[in-house]
Ligand binder design. Structure first.
Ligand code: NOJ
Length: 554
């Protein structure tokens, strides 16, 4: 299919920008309220762009900000080409984009196209009668027994992937909440409509789009209705269009699947440029809990190679629960037992907590996990607030507890808004350990030793190393399994990373003979370590300590 519509293409980002990016994930609603109505907005976000730039990240990923009944915090879209009125206007969005680009920050937005809100006019038309031209835009059935056995994702709320529509007296298919009917991608008109959504935002200048829930686009009887060849065909179609009209823009697949099932989403470099590495994330938490490198090394060794221009997106936490879908039953029990003893911490198949509380607010563990995030293969994503060690509120319902207002200062609303605290879209975290008086940007900016200052140093150090974004990874195998060591390499640049995953001091002997003669330079402080020789290289590390060494050849 060739597109005949004209495209206005004012802007081209540099090639492969996403490979060396450091992404900061933000919800406009939660970040900064500029007009005192209790809800974050684009004008507020613009005011905080200097903060984001100063953090050192290079890209921003925004959660959905489109008109929506907000029953799934915006992942239920009722108009794809506009802005939710409480966040501002399209002009505000354009101003934000321009200001972000002016600061060298790339912008990634959401393409939630597997489903719409049931309030979307497309669905309203589709349900209105069986002869409506849009009837076939959704997946309808007279019975609820088709696609039997397909798993339910939101197990805590949904009993079936079918819901009865009393208006049109038929069942419609939905993989998520029942108010989110799935679009019918077997209909070419739907594929064109989806392309038009991508085109609309790319014309405006967004650098990349996250494709939400991408494994579920197409349904076929007798299958799991996930990762089907037809779904990959649709992605190839969209990618072709993107390449044709918007060179260097990026598509990011949200496919919560095993690495071997995610691999096809990169195609031969002709589907998505990036995909999240979901199974790695829980295994990082398992690694430090077990004090053993095995879970991390195993999953990365099972991860297939991807085309050169592609990249993994890696993360510690995000706006959803810490998903435990991609672990074994035994591993899941272990994770619940270690990280979610209280049942209020659990939702669906996962844990609804932020990074700092998950790690007992232990600064050493928080640093180590961020050190892993910034040095393992992939583009790291930092969830807003985790850079200052924000807490959560597990009693707020659904995943709201990890989406509380950003804490800018020690005031009643954490400096998020001038509204009365009762008016905010969500209460600020009030727990004594994590409330704005205890955790906020202003006080962390004043201390050279705060988590925020440390994160900035880490990010700046990471940015100096091309090998972290694009280099190879070779795991080393010292006898001490509490130590995770690897070499990242790109051209003549060689970085040795050594992590102590345990709560106690460790000594480790690493076979570095192939780097004989090189001098390790510790990257955070520039100290020179003894030259590498024939003997196993001896290092000692304090609890949860890690080192990044540049290996200098003289
Ligand atoms: C994935 C999103 O990350 C999640 O927040 C949302 O609820 C589902 N997709 C449904 O859109």
């Amino acid at each position: 299919m060739a597109d005949t519509g004209k495209v206005d293409q004012p802007y081209t980002p540099p090639p492969l920008w996403y490979k060396d990016a450091i992404v900061y994930q933000i919800h406009v609603r939660t970040f900064y309220d500029s007009n005192g109505d209790g809800v974050g907005d684009f004008q507020g976000l613009i005011q905080k762009l200097d903060y984001i730039q100063n953090l050192g990240v290079t890209a921003i990923w925004l959660l959905p900000f489109y008109p929506s009944p907000l029953k799934d915090d915006g992942y239920d879209i009722s108009d794809y080409n506009s802005i939710h009125p409480s966040y501002g206007t399209l002009d505000d969005f354009r101003a934000f984009l321009q200001e972000a680009h002016r600061r060298g920050l790339h912008v990634i937005t959401e393409a939630v196209v597997n489903h719409t809100s049931d309030q979307h006019p497309w669905f309203q038309e589709s349900r209105s009668s069986k002869d409506n031209p849009r009837r076939n835009w959704y997946v309808w059935s007279d019975t609820d027994d088709r696609y039997r056995g397909v798993r339910i994702i939101f197990v805590d709320t949904e009993l079936s992937n079918w819901s009865w529509d009393p208006v049109s007296k038929a069942y419609y298919w939905h993989r998520f909440f029942s108010h989110q009917p799935d679009l019918n991608f077997d209909n070419p008109e739907v594929c064109e409509a989806v392309w038009n959504i991508l085109k609309f935002w790319m014309e405006m200048g967004v650098d990349g789009m996250r494709l939400d829930a991408v494994p579920y686009l197409v349904e076929r009887e007798g299958t799991s209705c996930e990762n089907l060849p037809e779904t990959h065909e649709i992605l190839k179609f969209l990618r072709k269009r993107v390449d044709e009209y918007f060179p260097n823009r990026m598509l990011l697949a949200e496919a919560n699947q095993w690495p071997s099932d995610v691999r096809p989403y990169f195609g031969e470099g002709d589907e998505c440029h990036m995909a999240f590495h979901f199974p790695l994330m829980p295994r990082m938490f398992m690694g430090i809990q077990l004090e053993d490198r095995k879970p991390i090394v195993d999953i990365l060794q099972q991860t297939p190679a991807i085309p050169d221009m592609c990249q993994w997106a890696i993360f510690l936490r995000n706006h959803d629960e810490l998903t435990l879908e991609m672990v074994t039953d035994e591993e899941r029990d272990y994770m619940y037992d270690s990280y979610a003893k209280d049942s209020s911490m659990r939702i669906n198949v996962g844990i609804r907590r932020r990074l700092a509380p998950l790690l007992d607010n232990d600064r050493r563990k928080i640093e180590l996990m961020n050190g892993l995030l910034m040095s393992l293969s992939g583009t790291p994503i930092v969830y807003y607030g985790d850079e200052i060690g924000m807490g959560d509120n597990i009693y707020l319902g659904d995943r709201k507890g990890v989406r509380t207002p950003m804490q800018w200062s020690g005031g009643w609303t954490g400096g998020f808004s001038l509204a009365d605290p009762e008016r905010l879209y969500s209460p600020v975290v009030s727990n004594i350990m994590y409330c704005p008086q205890a955790v906020n940007v202003i006080s962390e900016q004043r201390s050279a030793h705060s988590l925020l200052s440390w994160m900035k140093l880490l990010i700046r150090t990471r940015r100096k190393v091309k090998a972290f974004g694009s280099g190879t990874t070779e795991f080393l195998h010292p006898e001490n399994h509490r130590v995770l060591a690897y070499v990242r390499k790109l051209g003549s640049e060689t970085i040795l990373v050594v992590n102590n995953l345990s709560a106690s001091a460790q000594a480790v002997e690493i076979d570095l003979r192939k780097f004989r003669g090189a001098i390790p330079v510790e990257m955070s402080g520039g100290s020179i370590f003894p030259r590498i020789g024939e003997l196993p290289y001896l290092l000692t590390l304090g609890p949860y300590q890690f080192f990044w060494f540049r290996l200098r050849r003289i």
